[in-house]
Design a protein. Structure first.
Length: 140
């Protein structure tokens, strides 16, 4: 154990090679940047959720929710064409607004399949909890 790890009372953990490579490339570039996937670990997802729900200037989630609440039934009707619909969401995050569409789907069909995709495993765990709490019988 080195001095820093010893002071923290734990073994030092090193980042996987893909993370090291992404950081080195991002910081060596003319315009320094880091890929967003580095920011969305458990803590990064938690911070984003706090910003998206509590910061008045970040109005996108509220606008999205408002649109979905007003138009979910019509969105599902147009998407379904009288056939069962499965919902695949890229960048699902915590699925806090997706439940609105899933409720509309559950009102039209007996089985609802939802496939959230996100770079954050913790956000996907939170999404599963959100969807399970709706008790729609949705498979996520």
């Amino acid at each position: 154990m080195d001095v820093i790890a010893s002071a923290l009372g734990r073994k030092r953990q090193f980042a996987p090679p893909s993370v090291v490579s992404a950081v080195v490339q991002g910081l060596a570039a003319g315009s320094r940047a880091l890929p967003t996937w580095l920011l969305y670990d458990d803590r990064g997802s938690e911070l984003y959720h706090q910003i998206a729900t509590a910061v008045p200037e970040y109005y996108f989630p509220r606008i999205e929710r408002s649109i979905l609440e007003r138009h979910a039934a019509r969105i599902i009707e147009r998407a379904s064409d009288n056939r069962p619909v499965s919902l695949v969401e890229l960048g699902a995050g915590t699925a806090s607004r997706t439940g609105i569409l899933l409720k509309a789907l559950a009102g039209r069909q007996s089985t609802v399949t939802y496939r959230p995709v996100d770079i954050s495993a913790s956000a996907l765990r939170h999404a599963r909890t959100e969807i399970d709490a709706l008790r729609l019988g949705a498979r996520a």
